[in-house]
Design a protein around this ligand. Sequence first.
Ligand code: SF4
Ligand code: SF4
Length: 204
Amino acid sequence: MIITSAKPFEEILNMLKDEDYIFVIGCNVCAAKLKTGGEPEVLEMCRRLEESGKHVVGWALPTAACSIRSYESLVEKNEKIKEAHCVLVMGCGSGVSAVATVVDLPIYGSNNTLSLGGSSGGKLLSDQCVMCGDCTISEYGGLCPKAQCPKGLLNGPCGGAVGGMCEVNREKDCVWTLIYERLKKIKRLDLLYVTHAPQEHGFK
Ligand code: SF4
Ligand code: SF4
């Protein structure tokens, strides 16, 4: 799941200051789950834009904003898109880009894209992977220090954790504490004795 947060409405309005006749496109996967682009948020966005003096010509909620078949597939969902002068996408950056490949109009994104995450047991998991292109997560029991340790330590921990919390961000668990607990639970503490060679940290 791509983790997004909604931009403040004033910022969105400012982006659209020279635009009118807006078509709003949500995303019924990640953004819907995060309440940054599902149907209730799309309807609320349309309402607030209208209230601010903008004309909203219509809206659509494709299954995934990042997976758009064609312009015609958007027309099938709502032909009002033909009347639009611009499009506001309520998805992640990938969703905005995908829509831009099929819609020849100015495109705007209403969200900030934060990280690759997920959810488990109703709990939101952010920063699970930074898509380094050389996955070694199996060597850490399924938790990625490249993504979750602010120092990117492959042979952690750094020693600064207090009460299991990271010294860089006191609100987050030290991932190396979590890795230790997990490896202990799955009886693979032997993996902690492996010294990992330095890796390129200039992620693509
Ligand atoms: S090592 Fe970490 S950052 Fe790299 S692909 Fe695997 S999970 Fe993602
Ligand atoms: S406290 Fe843990 S997560 Fe934080 S920088 Fe040190 S090793 Fe990394």
